[in-house]
Design a protein around this ligand. Sequence first.
Ligand SMILES: Nc1ncnc2c1ncn2[C@@H]1O[C@H](COP(=O)(O)OP(=O)(O)O)[C@@H](O)[C@H]1O
Ligand SMILES: [Mg+2]
Length: 371
Amino acid sequence: MHIIAIANQKGGCGKTTTAINLAAELGRREQRVLLMDMDPQGHASLGLGIGERDMPGLYEVFSDEMSLHEVVLSDVAQGVDLVPANIALAAVEPLLTNQPGRERQLLELTEPLNELYDYILIDCPPSLGLLSINALRTATQVLAPVEPGVYALEGIRQLRDIVSLLEEKYQVDLPIAAVLTMFDGHTRFAQTITREIREQLPVALCGVQIRHTVRARESAYLGKPLCDYAPASTAAGDYRRLAGEILAASNKPTETLMDRGIYLAREESLEEPSMSQTSEKPVRRMIVLTFSDLECTRLQLAGDFNDWIPDQNVETRNVNGHWQKVFTAEPGVYEYRLLVDGKWQADPTNPCEIPNELGGINSLLQVPVHH
Ligand SMILES: Nc1ncnc2c1ncn2[C@@H]1O[C@H](COP(=O)(O)OP(=O)(O)O)[C@@H](O)[C@H]1O
Ligand SMILES: [Mg+2]
């Protein structure tokens, strides 16, 4: 089981939006997901349509009034259960302060859930108090939403320092990945800030970035995840790809794929940067996919990187009977399919796959940020 703490002590950087939409996307991909609302403001609960303020939640569990099982609400979205939060949770920190083992209360509580879920996502409050420490102590990885802005790096450095302390104290490995949220590359300022963050970020950065859209606020207001309220919105697609990236990182085959992306890009050792670059744009990488045993007279490629238009911006080579497809893409995770003699299919040479909305299978390709 994977336990992801969605943390950043900076308020309003997209933690709750990421928690809700990542949970919903993982749930749609047949993962069993538990979303824990650890913010006394209860925004994750509200954003999933759980509006009653006095719904029992983690406070009741921490204070031994109820068991964790008793407060779990089933199927608040497809595949997603929720541990709600209410304002009483704000009283947990003083309650925990005097208890021995106060940093591992949540860890102990969640142990019996290991068999029940594939993913537990914890929506952390905007502070690094005992609630967040408990979440980080329980987590197997940290996802830090980062809104490109002036103090963004400062917040991430503090988070990294706290995580390093916990790693040392408890002898655990707790990787942090940041994801850019509310991304709007239209202004020069946004481009400059984003470039600075990319260059100076002290932790790994997800390939996907979540774009700014008014639909995000609307969907929170209506208590629905984006995939239900506005599935065609930019951010809905971005969260879909983020879920793909996280699933891919949790499953072994991706490592091979990542290697493959790196290997192929290196093998060609193509111009880097490979397209005329303005300094604001992330570097595009040249990707070469080779299909050795594919017998057909026509092979086309379509995916997120070319708006699913077969062979748009893709060069085809046939080297000694082996097909090659060559294209450029920015770092990120892409879904794609092949058209083999006019028939759609997933890439038979790629073990990393994901179900698509039409009941078929797409292949996943990761283009890494760094070599
Ligand atoms: N991609 C996005 N585009 C536009 N608005 C967003 C986006 N993500 C989040 N928001 C809005 O920004 C505000 C803060 O987001 P939220 O997820 O609640 O942050 P946090 O949990 O870190 O405080 C909310 O009003 C939310 O609806
Ligand atoms: Mg929040």
